[in-house]
Each structure stands twice: as C-alpha cells, then as structure tokens.
Design a protein around this ligand. Structure first.
Ligand SMILES: CC(C)(COP(=O)(O)OP(=O)(O)OC[C@H]1O[C@@H](n2cnc3c(N)ncnc32)[C@H](O)[C@@H]1OP(=O)(O)O)[C@@H](O)C(=O)NCCC(=O)NCCS
Length: 212
C-alpha cells in the first residue's frame, strides 16, 4: 500500500482523493493546504499547511506526494516551493484509464477516469490528463500541462510546458500547442498555437496574448 499526501484541497483535490480511494494500492495519508494553519494528525489523515511535509514524513516515512492543484502555474510554483525530489512524487492512474505499455508518464502526473494514452505518448511531470481525455500515439506533452475533460489530441501532437487545453477541444495531428497557452473549450485546433496566447473557436484563432 502506498501512502499518499496531497497538496491542495480544492475541487481538483477532491477528485484526486477519490482517485486515491479508487485504487487498491494507494491510501490517503495527508491533505496539505494553505487553509490549514497548523499540522494535525487526524484519525483518517493528517492536515496542515503545505510546509508541514516534514511532519508528515516523520509520521509516515514512506509517504509520496502529489500536487492536487488545477491551475498550471500555481502547481508549478508549489512544486518548486516545496523543494521535493522527483522520487518524492507519485504518478496516479485511475483504474479505468487505458495507458499503453509504451507510454511514459512523469512524476506527479495524474491520469483521470476514462482517459486514454496511446502508444509512445510521453506525458511530462505534474500534468493533469483529465476525465475521458485522449492523448493519441506519439504525443509529446511537457510538464505542468492540463488536458481538460474530453480533450482529443490526435497523433504526434506536441503540447509545451504549462499549456491548458480546454474542455472538449480537439487538435489535428502533428501540431504544437505553445507553452503557457490556453485553448478554449470546444475548440478545433487546425494550426499550431504559439506560446502564451489564448486561442478559441472552430477553427481556433488567437483571441488574446498573455502579458508577462
Ligand atoms: C478561451 C477562454 C479561456 C477565454 O476566456 P476569456 O479570456 O475570459 O475570454 P472572453 O470570455 O472574454 O471571450 C473573448 C471572446 O472569445 C470568445 N470565446 C471565449 N471562449 C470561447 C470558446 N471556448 N470558443 C469560441 N469562442 C470563445 C467569446 O465569445 C468572446 O468573443 P467576442 O469578443 O466576439 O464576444 C474561455 O472562454 C475558455 O474556453 N476556457 C476553458 C475553460 C475550461 O475548459 N476549463 C476546464 C476545467 S477542467
């Protein structure tokens, strides 16, 4: 049995808790979130602020962590702030997801119920492949990406760091979605999308750029 501590107790955290319960080999050990002021060892799991990881480790030495925050840039900030090593994170795959044996999934990533990851797809670290999303063969998905529910990426699509593909969007083969860009819900992407823009519609067009 793997003991799992999640960092983040919002809507996405709720879904991750259920994923942990749905697996026969994982058990929720701690829930850490900024809303908790101090560390408390509860009956079922501990609670505390994100910095309480050392207390959690003292209590449960073999614990693995998962950042359960939906926002890609907040998830990255937290992953860096906590200073954990790669091997301190767990990768969680829902029992109903279908993942090719040749696919590679990075640490801290979650593959939700009904998602499908096809042959030779590579999913980076701390990604969310949400409910029913499809990452087809040879997809190259970088760290901190979120594929929302029912997204379909066809073959050999590249999604760069921190990009968010909105619910139900589809992307035709071999395109690139740029780093920290957002694709609107229900969009049909037929041309590559540059970094740091929002694109939406069918066909998807750039509707705004993200100021840095
Ligand atoms: C694309 C998105 C990020 C744009 O949000 P926004 O920057 O606040 O943009 P606005 O709502 O001001 O809309 C700007 C324009 O784009 C259009 N637009 C927004 N989202 C669109 C979409 N998904 N498809 C087509 N057009 C869209 C609006 O109609 C509006 O057009 P107008 O200027 O002609 O009136 C947002 O609409 C969206 O689709 N988010 C995805 C959310 C999601 O899937 N979350 C998953 C959670 S698990």
């Amino acid at each position: 049995m793997r003991n799992v501590a999640i960092v983040g107790d919002g809507g996405h955290g709720k879904v991750i808790r259920e994923l942990i319960n749905a697996r026969p080999d994982t058990r929720l050990t701690a829930v850490l979130d900024d809303k908790f002021r101090s560390f408390e060892a509860g009956k079922e799991w501990c609670t505390g602020p994100p910095e309480a990881i050392s207390e959690v480790r003292r209590l449960v030495p073999d614990v693995l962590f998962l950042i359960a925050i939906g926002n890609n840039s907040v998830r990255k900030q937290l992953a860096e702030r906590l200073g954990l090593k790669k091997e301190d994170f767990i990768t969680l795959i829902h029992p109903t997801a279908i993942v090719s044996k040749s696919a590679v999934i990075g640490e801290g990533s979650v593959i939700m119920a009904g998602a499908i990851i096809q042959a030779d797809a590579r999913i980076g670290a701390h990604c969310i492949i949400n409910t029913g999303a499809v990452a087809e063969h040879d997809n190259q998905i970088s760290d901190y990406v979120h594929l929302s529910p029912r997204v379909t990426l066809s073959g050999a699509v590249v999604v760069q760091e921190g990009a968010h593909v909105g619910i139900g969007a589809s992307v035709i083969p071999q395109l690139t979605i740029g780093a920290w860009s957002t694709v609107g819900a229900g969009s049909a992407v037929i041309r590559s999308i540059p970094d740091r823009v929002t694109a939406a519609g069918a066909p998807a067009r750039i509707i705004s750029s993200i100021q840095t």
